[in-house]
Design a protein around this ligand. Structure first.
Ligand SMILES: Nc1ncnc2c1ncn2[C@@H]1O[C@H](COP(=O)(O)OP(=O)(O)O)[C@@H](O)[C@H]1O
Ligand SMILES: [Mg+2]
Length: 228
């Protein structure tokens, strides 16, 4: 599903942000990516979204060599990869319904389908009743739920999350992680970058630790501990 072979990414001369990364994530997996600030986690996410090209190595997603995807095909590729960020990135002047519907409009989904899909997604994230609210009228946790609904409305096979709980308190962080776990149980492959080690320890998933651009550890579910 997600395969990296000897992938490196340098922004400029000097130490690369990612250095000879190889990893394999299977369909249906839930994977945490952890590591200090500046270790290359967001760079990894950007490579998977084809926002950046690797300096070296090969990335294959859903059987497709990312390097071979033409510029014109990138929007279609990205439809199969949902993404959420720490800062939610919602449209501030649009209500909850419109924020999710927008993701469908841009790919030409019919209004009829949008009217049926958006409420389904909002129910899934527990926000059906708030469809008319503006982002500023929602808590951080609720805003992240909207972002998750938007990321999933086009039914991507993969969901990437770059520090999705970074702006949330402990209770909301847990709720978002449990929601991501639920989404994974329904079949989506989920990759979550996080600093919340307490949650990582408790959830017993596969944990990939990145340190200064290299994979320091890759632990199977339940194996993660903070002891060296
Ligand atoms: N656009 C950029 N230009 C130059 N250097 C960058 C850029 N983005 C990230 N870096 C550098 O690459 C390294 C990894 O960054 P990043 O992937 O954002 O790490 P993380 O998400 O783990 O904090 C850092 O040293 C950072 O300063
Ligand atoms: Mg980052």
């Amino acid at each position: 599903m997600i395969k990296l072979e000897h992938v490196s990414k340098s922004y400029s001369a000097g130490i690369p942000a990612l250095n000879d990364i190889s990893l394999n994530i299977k369909e249906g997996e839930f994977v945490f990516v952890v590591g200090d600030s500046g270790s290359g986690k967001s760079t990894l996410i950007k490579l998977l979204l084809k926002e950046l090209e690797p300096t070296e190595g090969k990335i294959t997603i859903n059987g497709k060599d990312l390097h071979k995807i033409r510029r014109k095909q990138i929007p279609r590729y990205r439809r199969n990869v949902g993404v959420v960020f720490q800062d939610f990135r919602l449209l501030k002047d649009r209500n909850v319904y419109e924020n999710v519907a927008f993701a469908q409009r841009v790919i030409g989904t019919s209004t009829r389908k949008i009217r049926s899909n958006v409420p389904t997604m909002l129910s899934m994230v527990g926000l059906a009743a708030k469809y008319k609210s503006l982002p500023k009228q929602l808590s951080g946790g609720e805003q992240q739920r909207v972002a998750i609904a938007r990321a999933l409305v086009n039914e991507p096979k993969i969901l990437l999350a770059d520090e999705p709980t970074g702006n949330l308190d402990e209770k909301n962080a847990w709720e978002i992680m449990r929601l991501l776990e639920e989404i994974n149980k329904r079949g989506t492959t989920v990759l979550v970058v996080t600093h919340n080690m307490q949650i990582v320890k408790a959830m017993k998933k596969r944990v990939i630790t990145i340190k200064k651009g290299v994979i320091e550890k890759d632990e199977v579910p339940g194996d993660y501990s903070d002891e060296d």
